[in-house]
Design a protein around this ligand. Structure first.
Ligand SMILES: [Ca+2]
Ligand SMILES: [Ca+2]
Ligand SMILES: [Ca+2]
Length: 448
């Protein structure tokens, strides 16, 4: 109750309306750019509706069977080219193809892998967990899976903890088998907006499966946490944000990706991120899409002075800051954020723009770096944040504005930092080799 009171107190400010405007602005960008979607590949994806009152899809059968087996076997690449990869200028810009991909022959004789044990909480509009690029990378709450039999065997058709209406792991959430929908307070965090699915794809779209594109860390686990709904008011969005952060920390996320925010701080939100800090959880946050200097006009949560936060600005394909992107020294790093191709609900692909997309690139890079650490129990986010910031590339100097405190996200740069540390595992192994169409030679050049 104290938490609700604290949150309510903060709501007296303009924070909440700003928070809504910020995300609404992102949605406008989506609408403007959505004609590109017509060029994108569409996939058949039959969605089975469950019996929940919101008519959200049930979890895919493959997902549930994987849960039941308690097996997280992933990374079995079927070695097919992802057909939209050459449209993904953001991956090329951050040097993804130079140093890490399960798809191409390693440049430096070593192959880096993303681990499904690394969990990234995506606190957003939900995720289309049925999307063929994402369904194999959805986090599993092992405390809510496994055989279950009702005392009266005829009283229920459910035979699994995921559907028994019981909070089997005692975390306060019933049947939260794959995250939680804080908007509707139920266990199917489905995305009816599109934003969260897009973010999840940038981080973890499955690689080398012959579909769409690939995420920066294509086998990492994504924990879907739905906090935002365009029909909800700002107070609810903020309260749901706090609950989602607390859930992510409690359930063992290593990284939290958050694209929302506003001009006013909220003590409950800050406290939740401080708790994440104490637990060693990295919090990657969008710098905001207002085009202002965060040194003068802070944007929260990105601007809380907590050392587990990485604030992210957005750039175009010329490495110039977007006019819509917030900037200034409280912002740590910049990443691609214009016309970014990724997954959208119902098995589709499309482009979206903003600091949200840039944030997801940094989160993917953090997941990649976490995956390389030999002994994660002795290393936390501080090391990963240091590698990312110290490995950044310089941004163009002709900008009149003070940009960000480090520079542009660079996968090779951050990996070079990590290798120096001797905390990572370097592997030499033979790997699948697939010829890619170099991004620079693609006829489908990105157009601003
Ligand atoms: Ca539970
Ligand atoms: Ca249950
Ligand atoms: Ca793919």
């Amino acid at each position: 109750m104290i938490r609700a009171k604290l949150v309510a107190k903060e709501i007296k400010t303009q924070r909440c309306s700003l928070k809504r405007i910020s995300l609404a602005f992102g949605f406008v960008l989506v609408l403007v750019i959505f004609p590109f979607v017509a060029k994108a590949q569409e996939l058949e994806n039959t969605i089975l509706k469950s019996s929940n009152p919101y008519n959200f899809p049930v979890f895919p059968k493959e997902l549930l069977s994987r849960f039941e087996n308690h097996s997280r076997q992933k990374g079995n690449l079927n070695n097919q080219i992802d057909p939209l990869l050459n449209q993904d200028w953001g991956l090329a810009d951050i040097g993804f193809f130079d140093s890490f991909t399960p798809l191409i022959q390693p440049v430096q004789g070593q192959v880096l892998q993303c681990l499904n044990q690394i969990v990234v909480a995506v606190i957003d509009t939900g995720i289309d967990y049925t999307h063929p690029e994402l369904k194999n990378n959805i986090w599993a709450n092992v405390g809510e899976v496994g055989p279950w039999t009702a005392k009266n065997i005829n009283s229920s058709t459910c035979r699994d903890k995921s559907c028994n209406g019981i909070d089997d792991d005692g975390n306060g959430f019933i049947d939260d088998v794959a995250g939680w929908d804080f908007v509707n307070n139920q266990p199917l965090p489905y995305d009816t907006h599109g934003h969260g699915t897009h973010i999840a794809g940038i981080i973890a779209a499955e690689g080398a499966n012959g579909i769409g594109t690939t995420g920066v860390c294509p086998t990492v686990s994504i924990m879907p946490l739905k906090y935002y709904d365009s029909g909800s008011n700002g107070m609810n969005n903020l309260q749901n944000t706090v609950k989602a952060i607390q859930y992510a920390v409690r359930m063992g996320a290593h990284i939290i990706n958050y694209s929302g925010g506003g001009a006013e701080s909220a003590s409950a939100e800050r406290a939740a991120i401080e708790e994440a800090n104490r637990k060693g959880v990295l919090f990657v946050a969008a710098a905001g899409n207002d085009g202002h200097n965060n040194s003068i006009s802070p944007y929260y949560p990105a601007s809380y002075p907590l050392d587990n936060i990485i604030g992210v600005a957005s750039i175009n394909h010329k490495n110039q800051l977007l006019s819509s992107s917030n900037f200034g020294t409280p912002v740590h790093i910049a990443a691609p954020g214009l016309g970014i191709l990724s997954t959208i609900p119902s098995g589709k692909f499309g482009t979206m723009s903003g600091t949200s997309q840039a944030t997801a690139f940094v989160t993917g890079a953090a997941a990649l770096l976490f995956s390389q650490i030999k002994n994660r129990s002795s290393v936390d986010y501080r090391q990963v944040k240091e590698w990312i910031l110290e490995g950044a590339k310089p941004l163009p100097l002709n900008e009149s504005r003070s940009l960000v405190s480090s520079g542009l996200l660079s996968i090779p740069g951050s990996l070079a930092q990590s290798i120096k540390s001797s905390l990572i595992t370097q592997k030499k192994t033979s790997t699948p080799t697939v010829a890619l169409v170099p991004v620079g030679k693609s006829k489908k050049r990105f157009q601003e």
